[in-house]
Design a protein around this ligand. Structure first.
Ligand code: PRX
Length: 640
């Protein structure tokens, strides 16, 4: 792969302008130069946002795994592709070379085939951060099966919802997972989920923790013996450019999670290109993204983007706090990590600890730092810049979404002057617009509005699995002819973007998108709960945390509130997972509602923020009297 890095800001603007003047030509040149195709495309782009329909590189034939693995075998077969760092320090790191990765992926692909998985079938992957996770993802792509990775912190019912939505035929899991000092019984969670999943006929199990598990006759099998007997070469399935590559679920503000569908060629081109440019990637680098492959960041920037560039990508099984808060920095020193990409929530948690945990290690190998997933506050940005980057490594604050597939707004390191809390400038090919509430585009600088994208880019999600109408309504209906991100943003005097946060009912807790509706639905299942409403409030580590207002039924009144709080969080843990637990639960006599019965979350949000001056006119509410009562009984939240 030839190097494509812009060298200075002027060059960035030149490239950007070119990408806007003729997007087809811009992407075509990149696709031609950097990838292997079995057949060239007939049309670079066709699209119609009113349907919405978007197709990139139509007519092309390829397999993404040939781009991520096979083509590297000759030039860098002995180079480490995946560098696995286990949860426990005492276990040795594994260096999986490109040649070994090829063998492992082929074997796994053959196992999937033997078990009856065919092109287009959905395979659910519910695995911890162990090499088998990346290998399974690639094995699906090898044979054209559609992977649906579910983060292994989700509960059995969240897993079941995701399996049923895409009617997965197979689940790949492990006996258990190691998370710091804890061992989690993953197979037990899968068993529980599968009680309500009719589509699954095979479960393949990786042995990781040696936890006792029950294997269901005729359905479950250990993976290791199957792999051992599998042939170690597997021809890559010939895929059309727009064939589905994977489904990944993300929370919406209402209803079930949305299965975002990504397709093959555009996703590959965009993730590979952005990986190289945003991280200033060079051949000898060791790149580490601390995300889980269960999220889009892991798909695009642990697996596909880095491997398409022939990079060494680190996979870490553990957590930043185990065995102590120096674990990240120890790994950086040990493997001489060049790019380190993490979430603001992790930075904030580490910044609370003694600096000694950072200073103990040699971090001089780092040349680019990255953040993703939520707005980074100024204090955390400076801590990261001063103590990890030693003021010499640029921080790329990358804004993007599960739906966008790849990074959309980010500084180019060593090119774009950074500005704390700003994601800065759109990457080439990305045409942004800020919109006002009347649907007009806001031109000029020093303005804020709703963030939209005006023109297709190669890695955008093509639909919501099984519900194209919802895709259209969620993303293409608010502003005609534009993709609406759901985020608010401001543009400063030089055109830099700063993401101000969600403008819908999605709350980002520790970098995880949580919709309020599914959490409220879970709470309302508690027999003592009549109604509930969730809002976010600022939290110094999680960014945002959840504040729940709960109305009890008569049967619940008089019950011990602490016990009720525990039970409510338990229900949430069972339905969604521990990430969705509420930090604060206020029991209340009512919720402020409009005359049409809609809960006024804006008021609840302000009360949870302790911002009582601008509640607005409450007199038009159906029940204005509850507002004062909620204020009087509000729970004090610790804020910075
Ligand atoms: O609100 C934005 C926030 O995370 C949302 C997307 O979440 P998800 O689909 O889970 O993908 C996260 C990883 C790409 C966005 O709508 N977000 C993401 N990155 C940033 C951000 N907010 C501010 N700054 C960022 N850099």
């Amino acid at each position: 792969m030839s190097n494509y890095h812009v060298k200075n800001l002027e060059e960035y603007y030149q490239v950007y302008r070119k990408s806007i003047r003729n997007p087809e030509l811009f992407w075509e040149e990149i696709a031609e130069e950097h990838f292997v195709w079995k057949k060239r495309w007939d049309t670079v782009l066709s699209y119609d946002f009113s349907k919405p329909e978007v197709k990139w590189f139509e007519g092309a034939k390829l397999n993404i795994t040939e781009n991520c693995i096979d083509r590297h075998l000759r030039v860098r077969g002995d180079k480490t592709a995946i560098l696995f760092e286990p949860n426990d320090k005492i276990e040795e790191a594994q260096h999986i070379t490109y040649t070994e990765l090829h063998r492992k992926v082929c074997k796994m692909a053959n196992v999937l085939k033997e078990q009856g998985v065919k092109k287009g079938d959905r395979v659910c992957i519910y695995l911890p951060m162990i090499p088998e996770l990346a290998i399974s993802v690639l094995a699906c792509a090898r044979i054209g099966a559609v992977h649906s990775v579910v983060f292994a912190g989700f509960s059995s019912s969240a897993l079941a919802t995701r399996i049923n939505d895409c009617e997965a035929k197979m689940v790949l899991t492990s006996d258990g997972s190691f998370r710091g000092a804890k061992t989690i019984d993953l197979k037990g969670i899968v068993d529980e989920a599968l009680e309500s999943c009719a589509s699954v006929n095979t479960v393949l199990v990786v042995k990781r923790t040696n936890t006792d598990v029950t294997m269901k006759e005729g359905r479950d099998a250990w993976l290791a013996p199957l792999l051992e007997n599998a042939f170690d070469n597997c021809a890559a399935e010939v895929m059309d450019a727009e064939d589905p590559l994977f489904i990944l679920y993300t929370s919406g503000s209402t209803g079930n999670p949305k299965g975002m569908l990504h397709t093959t060629a555009g996703y590959m081109v965009y993730t590979a290109h952005t990986f190289k440019n945003v991280f200033n990637y060079k051949e000898q680098d060791v790149y580490w993204c601390t995300a889980d492959i269960g999220w889009i960041t892991g798909h695009s920037y642990i697996v596909y983007g880095p491997l398409a560039n022939g990079a060494t990508t680190v996979m870490f099984e553990g957590v930043p706090s185990y065995p102590d808060f120096g674990r990240f920095w120890e790994i950086v020193e040990k493997h001489k990590v060049s790019q380190f990409y993490t979430a603001p929530t992790a930075i904030r948690a580490l910044a609370k600890e003694n600096l000694e945990f950072v200073d103990r290690y040699d971090l001089s190998s780092i040349k680019v730092l990255g953040t993703v997933g939520e707005p980074i506050n100024e204090e955390a940005w400076h801590w990261y810049n001063d103590n990890v980057g030693k003021k010499k490594s640029p921080i790329v604050d990358t804004w993007w979404q599960t739906e966008t597939g790849g990074i959309m707004i980010s500084p180019i390191p060593y090119v774009t002057p950074t500005k704390p809390t700003y994601a800065t400038l759109p990457l080439p090919g990305i045409q942004l617009a800020l919109m006002d509430e009347q649907g007009e585009e806001i031109k000029g600088n020093q303005v804020d509005g709703r963030l939209c994208v005006k023109f297709p880019w190669p890695s955008m999600a093509r639909t919501i699995w099984g519900n194209h109408q919802r895709y259209k309504e969620t993303y293409f209906s608010a502003f005609e002819g534009k993709y609406f991100t759901g985020d608010g943003a401001l543009r400063d005097e030089v055109g830099y973007y700063r993401i101000t946060g969600r403008v819908d009912d999605v709350i980002i807790v520790s970098g995880h998108n949580l919709g309020t509706a599914p959490i409220e639905d879970a709470i309302n299942e508690h027999p003592a709960v009549a109604e509930s409403a969730i809002v976010g409030f600022p939290h110094d580590i999680k960014g945002s945390a959840l504040y729940g207002y709960v109305i009890l039924k008569e049967t619940g009144e008089g019950r011990n509130h602490e016990n009720l709080r525990k039970e409510i969080n338990q229900i949430i843990t069972e339905h969604i997972g521990p990430i969705a637990k509420l930090d604060k639960i206020q029991f209340t006599i009512g919720l402020p509602k409009t005359r049409s019965g809609k809960i006024m979350r804006r008021i609840l949000r302000k009360i949870a923020h302790n911002d009582l001056n601008n509640l607005g006119d409450v007199s038009t509410l159906l029940n204005p009297e509850v507002v004062q009562n909620i204020i009087d009984n509000r729970l004090v939240v610790a804020m910075k």
